[in-house]
Design a protein around this ligand. Structure first.
Ligand SMILES: O=C(O)c1ccc[n+]([C@@H]2O[C@H](COP(=O)([O-])O)[C@@H](O)[C@H]2O)c1
Ligand SMILES: Cc1cc2nc[nH]c2cc1C
Length: 376
């Protein structure tokens, strides 16, 4: 069995007994039931993932930033030169980026993985040299990747998840760096959700109306080139689940090497039953790929934040994920996932540390009073 097959086979549903136990435990804690809102659901899900209640605290945490370049950059979809990808990798390694500041704040490690940067990167502490190719090909002219390249990048992501968990990480966070990767993300999201390019293509790092209109047409052209454009008679409605071979074809046709690696990273985390906090639109697009290949992967995924990219809202809606933080961020690198990390950790800590009504001698709700009379 290949590493990908083996990983997919290891992705299992949540443990129902642990889910039940966590729900019951939440109801016994000294707070009105449900008063921690979405955080209660997060804690229950992580108990189901771990197969026990309470689940292990999701710490220490590790961010993996997958970096790669994109052939579609040649179509003029971003104002930034391609070399900024390699320059920002150097900045991450030097500790000078926003991701480093946010990671330092929560004690997370930062690992940068070169899966496809279009420049030679010298060895450096914190850098994993795993280049599959020096960037993808232009998706408007042909497939962005060969099937072999896409699989190699996915396997790299799986291996990085395994290595970080092997080194002790109990929570994995996604990060990405790749000038023009919001164009590839939009194409992936349109292909998986069946939504039209104009609904899922955003302004990325910041573009004017004219460039945005052009970017939408580039996404449309790429989808049309690969038979992925949702039209009334194409059968691509977005309602039918995408099969695994089709998911791999879509990934290779319009994805990036970092999307492939992130899809592997998410699958790898789920197979190890380690929670993975997703960053923005690039991670969301990769999660669509991973979920098409192994739907139970979603049990391990927490949407860290809602990106300002319209395609990201479409993605989390499609996957049924609820972003924890909503601050109009559109940076990537893992920054939104890192801001959400204390929320995920707090959600689990409640199951470990909060007293029950019985143990603390606090009276529960008066059973004689109905909900209606209390709110009157
Ligand atoms: O994470 C997001 O949702 C996000 C939204 C917009 C831009 N980015 C980052 O910006 C870069 C891609 O932007 P662009 O405009 O060149 O496609 C890439 O390095 C991403 O990490 C990231
Ligand atoms: C400066 C810069 C920093 C980034 N970090 C993630 N994507 C980025 C894109 C740019 C352009």
């Amino acid at each position: 069995m290949s590493l990908i097959e083996e990983t997919i086979a290891a992705v299992r549903p949540l443990d129902e007994a642990a889910v039940r136990e966590a729900r019951e435990h939440q109801a016994r804690l000294t707070k009105p039931p449900g008063s921690l809102g979405v955080l209660e659901e997060v804690s229950v899900r992580l108990a189901g993932l771990a197969g026990r209640c309470p689940p292990p605290l999701p710490e220490p945490a590790a961010v993996a930033i997958f970096a790669a370049d994109h052939g579609v950059h040649a179509q003029g979809v971003t104002p930034w030169p391609q070399e900024v990808t390699a320059q920002m990798v150097a900045n991450f390694l030097a500790g000078g980026a926003v991701v480093n500041a946010f990671a330092g704040q929560v004690g997370a490690t930062v690992t940068v993985v070169d899966v496809g940067v279009a420049a030679e990167l010298g060895p450096a502490p914190g850098l994993l040299a795993r280049k599959v190719a020096p960037g993808t090909a232009d998706m408007t002219e042909g497939p962005a990747m060969t099937p072999g390249q896409a699989r190699q990048a996915m396997e790299t992501g799986i291996e990085v998840a395994r290595d970080l968990a092997g080194d002790g990480a109990r929570c994995l966070l996604t990060g990405d760096m790749g000038i023009a990767n919001t164009t590839a993300s939009a194409a992936l999201i349109a292909a998986f959700t069946g939504l039209p390019p104009e609904r899922v293509t955003g302004r990325g790092t910041g573009i004017d109306d004219r460039t945005h209109a052009h970017k939408v047409e580039v996404v449309r052209a790429a989808l049309a080139r690969h038979g992925l454009l949702p039209t009334p008679d194409s059968g691509r409605s977005g309602t039918a689940p995408v099969t695994r071979p089709e998911a791999e074809r879509i990934l290779a046709a319009v994805g990036g090497l970092e999307h492939a690696a992130l899809a592997g990273f998410i699958l790898g985390a789920a197979a190890l039953r380690v929670p993975v906090v997703l960053d923005g639109v690039i991670a969301g697009a990769a999660a669509l790929v991973a979920a098409a290949m192994a739907p139970d992967v979603l049990g391990a995924c927490v949407a860290g934040h809602r990106s300002a990219e319209p395609g990201h809202s479409a993605t989390v809606g499609h996957l049924g994920l609820r972003p924890l933080v909503d601050l109009e961020l559109r940076l990537g690198e893992g920054t939104g996932a890192l801001l959400a990390l204390p929320l995920v950790q707090g959600a689990v800590r409640v199951l470990h540390e909060v007293a029950t009504f019985d143990s603390a001698g606090v009276s529960g709700k008066d059973p004689g009073r109905s909900h209606d009379t209390i709110t009157e």
